[in-house]
Design a protein. Structure first.
Length: 135
């Protein structure tokens, strides 16, 4: 019985293992750029959602017209507190995307009827008359 086990040559050869490692390496090399592109699209979507959120907050503050100082209730890491100064409500949205010069999608997003391009940050400001701008 021991002779049968000793003479058994079951297992993988070094060449077979190297082929498997090479195939895995090719798959990883293909998947990294795809993952990076999807990650950038997710950051762009986050930026757009943050801008829309800040736009809605400033619009609500303008319409409520009862704020006289900073509103810290909806402050996040990317959206600053809404401030009120000289009749103008404003807040700043900081980008989460890694490429501050352009969005991968290449399209200009329209928020509140205003075109919004990629940037490192955006300022949303509005007056008590309800006009809100994004710059």
């Amino acid at each position: 019985m021991f002779k049968k086990l000793k003479n058994s040559k079951k297992g993988f050869t070094l060449a077979e293992l190297l082929i498997v490692v090479a195939i895995i390496g090719v798959l990883v090399a293909i998947s990294i750029p795809i993952f990076s592109a999807q990650l950038e699209k997710a950051r762009e979507a986050t930026d757009q959602a943050n801008i829309r959120n800040a736009y809605a907050e400033v619009t609500a503050a303008c319409l409520a017209d009862n704020q006289t100082e900073s509103d810290e209730t909806n402050k996040t890491d990317q959206i600053s507190a809404i401030t009120y100064k000289d009749g103008t409500y404003s807040c700043t949205v900081t980008a989460t995307q890694s490429d501050k010069t352009k969005w991968e999608s290449g399209t200009t997003v329209t928020i509140g009827g205003q075109p919004v391009n990629a940037a490192a940050s955006w300022t949303i400001s509005g007056k008590k008359d309800g006009k809100v701008s994004i710059s």
